[in-house]
Design a protein. Sequence first.
Length: 89
Amino acid sequence: MSVRFLRVAAAVEAGSLVVLLANVFTVHAEPVTSLCGPLHGTAYLVAIALTWVAPGAASSGARWMALVPGLGAMFALRRLRGAAVCAPG
């Protein structure tokens, strides 16, 4: 079940990063930064926590991939998916 929540956290993390970068390189509106900055940080921390409790995360290296800022949760999801496909049984 934590992998489902990890997908949501990864999407929020990546989406908020896109919004923050678009804001920085265009209008640099302070309300957008004030809203999306904490949202991105929270999604990042939630993604790390969910990756560390996910089954198979330790053996696949997904825990360390989740620590990459910005897209780490997407990388971790890919590692977890690969570990589930390659797992015996």
